[in-house]
Write a protein that binds this ligand. Sequence first.
Ligand SMILES: NC(=O)c1ccc[n+]([C@@H]2O[C@H](COP(=O)([O-])OP(=O)(O)OC[C@H]3O[C@@H](n4cnc5c(N)ncnc54)[C@H](OP(=O)(O)O)[C@@H]3O)[C@@H](O)[C@H]2O)c1
Length: 259
Amino acid sequence: MDSQTYLSELFALDGRVALVTGGSSGIGRAVAGALARAGAGVVIVARGEEKLAATVDELTAQGCRAAWVSADLSTREGVRAAAEEAAGVFGEPDILVNSAGINLRPPLGELGDDVWDATMAVNLEAPHLLGQRFGPGMAERGFGRIIHITSQQAHRAFVQSGAYGVSKGALESLARSQAEAWSPFGVTCNTLVPGFVMTPLNARLSSDPEKVAALAARTLVGRNGLAEDFAGAAVFLASRASAYVTGQAVFVDGGFSVH
Ligand SMILES: NC(=O)c1ccc[n+]([C@@H]2O[C@H](COP(=O)([O-])OP(=O)(O)OC[C@H]3O[C@@H](n4cnc5c(N)ncnc54)[C@H](OP(=O)(O)O)[C@@H]3O)[C@@H](O)[C@H]2O)c1
């Protein structure tokens, strides 16, 4: 067997369908691109139509199969409508990536119910509802991959960002519960854990050179993360190669968490 065939057997996503929330920006956009280039038909879901369309245009120009659905994942109705519309494009997904997330940042002492509710709705409830919608079908078909993007804040408090870490800690627990429910049927459920990644989510911190340098110094690699750093790990977790990896938190953080 030549090396290309061997690599394809392990990692190729040809014939798979992926749904990537938050696929129009940052980490989700890089993950959507990686899955599409590895062969999957990819549907990205977010609110802003302009960035959705630009991402899909870029991918289709490269010969990938990609489409977008505009939806607000902060309400149950929004999530349910998005799921149906997305599944209508290339069929029921084999791969679900939950990257849509918000970090509204009031410290816990100043946190109102509105921020708590919005944070839990987008960061935790939407991934849960999408799992409930697609997990059983994946299990029935005998193959599925659920990947959540969590945060180092699932493991430690950081820059006073209140409810955000709470939602991400719960998201890691959700991955374990999903893994328990569906792994016996070929559906693995894992999380990718970023450290500090230079994306629009971090616009405020990323524009402060001193803070950027201080955060880079906290990694072992010596730089902050880029969205592209998630491509390889996402393809691995979406592929046949990761069949025996489930319920895990895979840190893609340049060593931030062990330094
Ligand atoms: N960047 C980091 O340092 C970092 C660190 C740890 C964890 N993370 C996590 O990684 C994930 C991706 O973050 P990122 O840095 O790539 O952020 P980003 O560039 O801000 O992208 C966030 C994505 O989520 C979508 N989104 C936000 N609210 C939504 C809603 N209500 N309904 C539908 N879509 C919504 C956004 O599109 P619209 O606004 O158009 O809807 C966008 O596509 C998040 O879960 C984040 O918590 C990031």
